[in-house]
Write a protein that binds this ligand. Structure first.
Ligand code: AMP
Length: 214
């Protein structure tokens, strides 16, 4: 099963992707996670990507296309994969289609998770991350027991640069301008399924299962 999860930042794509991994045993390919790991390790890729990410802008197409092309060749993608955060532009979608064609594969479903902008802002500005272990919290939905301190490791909680309000607004603007057109792109191809992303995590997951299993 080859799946794309489409949705704005804060729509819960990453969380749902992890649940899909558990149920269907196919890997999650998150370009955001791959890029953040590269930034942390200060690799040449990370150094190139950081400035874009900190400003809420997209990393250039050719960079992310190269990452995904390599990743799709790995053995663990043989029975399928979930793309989370890729493609984000029409040229990325076209490059993906061309790559899959050379591998004799296609995308089965594109699941678009729909969440309104007001809800997205609330979710994203409340996000906090542990400096020590990377655990994620939310000031409203999932607060730590002690303010500013990680429950798991006692590390300091901080707000990721790209979770600051100004950057979030830019990320949402970039989504509307560059990524939302993919909804029409995949609708035209007949592979788009839209689900409501506001509600309980499990309920949203069941909506995805229904798309995939019919
Ligand atoms: P995410 O965790 O998916 O929200 O990604 C975090 C940041 O990584 C984005 O704001 C972009 O700067 C960058 N990024 C992730 N995926 C892509 C992509 N497919 N194309 C361009 N930039 C990306």
């Amino acid at each position: 099963m080859n799946l794309i999860l489409l949705g704005p930042p804060g729509s819960g794509k990453g969380t749902q992707a992890k649940k899909i991994v558990e149920r269907y045993h196919i890997p999650q390919i998150s370009t955001g996670d791959i890029l953040r790991a590269a930034v942390k390790e200060q690799t040449p890729l990370g150094k190139e990507a950081k400035a874009y990410m900190d400003q809420g802008k997209l990393v250039p197409d050719e960079v992310v296309i190269g990452i995904v092309r390599d990743r799709l060749k790995a053995a663990d993608c043989k029975n399928g994969f979930i793309l989370d955060g890729f493609p984000r532009t029409v040229p990325q979608a076209e490059a993906l289609a061309a790559t899959l064609q050379t591998m004799n594969r296609t995308i089965d479903y594109v699941v678009s998770i729909d969440v309104n902008n007001e809800e997205l802002l609330k979710r994203l500005t409340g996000r906090r991350t542990c400096r020590g272990c990377g655990a994620m919290y939310h000031l409203i939905f999932d607060p730590p027991r002690k303010e500013g301190v990680c429950d798991r490791c006692g590390g300091e909680l901080y707000q990721r640069d790209d979770d600051k309000e100004e950057t979030i607004k830019e990320r949402l603007r970039v989504y509307d301008a560059q990524t939302a057109p993919l909804i029409a792109y995949y609708r035209d191809k007949g592979s788009l399924r839209t689900i409501d992303g506001v509600g309980a995590m499990e309920q949203i997951f069941q909506a995805i299962v229904k798309v995939v299993e019919g």
